[in-house]
Write a protein that binds this ligand. Sequence first.
Ligand SMILES: Cc1ncc(COP(=O)(O)O)c(C=O)c1O
Length: 376
Amino acid sequence: MIEARDLFDLPAGVSYLKACSATPLMRPVREAGLVGVAKKSQPWTIGIDDSFGAGERARTLFARLIGAQADDVALCPSASYGLSIAARNLPIGEDRDVVILEGQFPSNVYPWTDAIGRTGGQLVTVPYPDDGDWTAGTLAAISDKTAVAALPAVHWTDASRVDLEAVGKRCRETGTALVLDLSQSLGAVPFDVRVVEPDFMVAVTEKWLLGPYQLAFLYVAPKHQRAIPIEFGWMNRERAEDYDNLVDYRDRYQPGARRFDMGEKGNYVTLPMAIEALERIIEWTPAAIEDHIAPLIDMTAEEAVGLGLIPTPAPGRSRHMIGLRRPGGLPADLPQRLAARDVHVTMRGGCLRIAPHVYNARADVERLIEALAAEL
Ligand SMILES: Cc1ncc(COP(=O)(O)O)c(C=O)c1O
């Protein structure tokens, strides 16, 4: 078990189970952000290292987390931004398709409907699997006609899983580009680009990566690092650090995936926060974080069955999050009613999402079950 609750500003009576929505900040992460805010109050304290150095440190840490190089990582404001870069650069074309999951989160859908609108092609939707495991259906949907498989590691509503290692292999066999949105797993589930070999992969920091809002990292495989950005910021050009000579306009970009970095990438508030959080996650390791959460998920599943609820089926589900459904449906205001009892969860698509992180323990699941028993 990871002993981490004291690192967070969580009052004793509050059971917060919404890592799938947004995680609370660790105190050192909050402090790092406050230092950044204070710098803006005294802007003469903001230096070139704040504008470029912090981004490099964050990029390097994210690369370490996923088995990549710093050159392979771009700084983005959102998952949609990173996925739009992927869709801007991967041609679909008539008679070719993009494979997604039924009910997939829209950030990894709209960029593809736009690409299809521009270049032709169609969306192929893998239907929801009865056993909670998307792998077989996804493998069957990917064919030589599939230009792109645009997927998560787990479904955002209930943590039903996709085996990305198997999907990566299938994509290589069929010449399909693999574009991943790991916003609902990275940090709490191990992932290695050397094993899965995605073309692009994005993850926001505000959820399982314990970081700030409005920051995401985009992994870009080396073969795509000469692709076209979606904005043309001056900070991504060669010698952008040389403020005196910025109008000596440059055609060349900074190396690797830096050409895709968002405008105003030198965010001296959010980047130091992400650095603190990534350092801690790397120290703990995603495998240990997953091992911390998994018994809480198993306990939730066992207890929920006793209340007549249906958990995401075990063989297919992820170990870090779970969905609970009820035959006939759950009351729409259930999250608010549970919140009134200081148990904080979310509901998406009629499914109650239970998403613990390192700050949770068995007592939180006990409180959840008690609150559900009282409200259902
Ligand atoms: C699977 C998934 N991807 C991405 C996001 C966030 O998307 P964006 O950064 O585009 O707002 C969420 C937020 O709920 C999500 O669940």
